[in-house]
Design a protein around this ligand. Structure first.
Ligand code: SAM
Length: 446
């Protein structure tokens, strides 16, 4: 696959994350090219000063940030993977002698922005709710002289998309399509009324099996109702004996529904009640989306009460990022982008639940913390195409992260070949639940 991103600003080597030997997909699209080429052709004065404040929104693998690296842009995204890819790609395109001149700041989608921007480039996300969330929060950080340009593939730009810019930014026009991409130009019109306090828009549904209402944020998976795959996993949890180890992970947790239900089951077992403090049940909620982790945390607190924080980690800890050590100086992470957060919640009497919320692509195989039980409802799309490579990578990582005799439970569409993939990794598997659409696969690490 092509890795040279040719633009009017220069040519850059940009790769997708996770890195793969045979990557079929490119790490940028025609909208990235159109955004940069239009900037150079029509607004080059905006790029003259390195003092001007630049915000990039939803820059998927850092193609825009790499091209605009001299402006040290703020990169605001819901994806920890996008931030990691931006760091990697910037590194790939900067000589170590020049490293001090360039950089970016990773800002998570759940963090507010600071101050005012001169230039804002937005990649239109597929989810309208995420765009609404971002434009609402952005409105307090632009002035009438801010240049706001959004870019996207025409199939993702609808009247409703343009309508959001009209309502939340100001008068808006669109460009002609070039290579199936289009730009949206929006002139900020400041509202005299006090702008509403920035907040995260919540969706809610009643999750009957949990007997609780769950919330999700704008980019959350299945925000309005319990996903039918997740429901199949909850049914498997009702029917099949659960493992009794203490260390549980909800991998790709979304709003945390699988982990919360598994925890409820685990805590109702007699062994959980007699556990000593040091053998308390631990659960990790892991997702590459900051909004997923924020929702899982909020749902956990709603079900289990307040948390007392044990530790917070802002720096990445994955092998991919470890390879970028020398590059630390050019990637800053804002305080809101907590990558790992460990806490305790009171369970009953002097019993505690240890809980970790980890915003990270993949599950790390840590020597001191291997899991007894990993639950996973993996994604099987990249964009609009079926792609099982992410799920397969999640199974490989789960195998590494499990204890001996630890169990992986996966819910999947029946038509996917996951039982075979899991069999070849674990050398065993069984189907513990099935309905017309889904199977739940259990594999044990021997
Ligand atoms: N567990 C939730 C449920 O059952 O409703 C969400 C399942 S959703 C199908 C898959 C989730 O995996 C999404 O929240 C997505 O952000 C997350 N995800 C995708 N790739 C991931 C990766 N490589 N590492 C961690 N999380 C990932």
């Amino acid at each position: 696959m092509k890795v040279n991103f040719e633009t009017a600003l220069g040519s850059y080597r940009i790769q997708r994350f996770p890195l793969r030997a045979q990557q079929p997909l490119q790490a940028w699209d025609a909208a990235d090219e159109l955004l940069l080429n239009t900037l150079v052709a029509e607004y080059s004065e905006r790029l003259k000063s390195t003092e001007s404040r630049v915000l990039l929104v939803n820059d998927q693998f850092g193609a825009l940030a790499t091209a605009l690296r001299a402006q040290r842009p703020d990169c605001w995204s819901d994806s920890t993977m996008s931030h990691a890819a931006t760091e990697f790609n910037l590194h790939e395109n900067v000589d170590s002698v020049d490293a001090g001149k360039y950089g970016f700041t990773a800002i998570s989608s759940v963090s507010d922005l600071n101050g005012y921007y001169d230039l804002v480039l937005i990649k239109v996300p597929k989810t309208l709710a995420l765009l609404e969330q971002q434009l609402t929060m952005l409105s307090g950080h632009i002035t009438e002289s801010t240049l706001v340009i959004a870019g996207g593939m025409t199939k993702h730009i609808h009247n409703s998309t343009v309508g959001l810019f009209e309502t939340l930014v100001g008068p808006t026009r669109t460009s002609r399509a070039t290579k199936k991409a289009r730009l949206i130009f929006s002139e900020p019109k400041l509202n005299d009324a006090d702008s509403p306090a920035p907040h995260l828009i919540e969706s809610r549904y009643q999750c009957e099996p949990l007997h609780a209402e769950l919330i999700s944020y704008a980019n959350g998976f299945s925000r309005e109702r319990l996903d039918i795959g997740a429901r199949a996993m909850l049914q498997a949890l009702d029917k099949y004996p659960i493992p009794m180890g203490n260390n549980i992970a909800d991998f790709g947790c979304g709003n945390g529904v699988l982990g919360l239900y598994a925890l409820q089951k685990r805590l109702s077992q007699p062994a959980a009640r007699v556990a000593s403090a040091s053998a308390a049940v631990s659960i990790s909620f892991i997702d590459e989306s900051y909004m997923a982790i924020a929702a899982a945390q909020k749902n956990f607190e709603r079900l289990h009460g307040g948390l007392s924080v044990e530790s917070e980690i802002l720096q990445p800890d994955s092998s991919q990022q470890a390879a970028n050590d020398e590059f630390d100086s050019v990637a800053e992470i804002d305080d809101g982008a907590k990558l790992e957060y460990e806490a305790k919640a009171e369970h009953s009497g002097d019993q505690y639940i240890n809980v970790a919320f980890v915003a990270q692509e993949g599950i790390a195989a840590k020597k001191h913390k291997r899991y007894d039980w990993i639950l996973c409802n993996p994604p099987f799309h990249i964009g609009n195409t079926t792609d099982t490579s992410v799920a397969k990578r999640m199974f490989q990582q789960s195998f590494q992260a499990l204890q001996r005799n630890g169990q992986l439970w996966v819910v999947a569409n029946r038509h996917l070949d996951y039982p075979d993939t899991i069999q070849s990794l674990f050398k065993n598997h069984q189907i513990i639940f099935s309905n017309t659409k889904f199977v739940v696969i259990l594999a044990v690490k021997k």
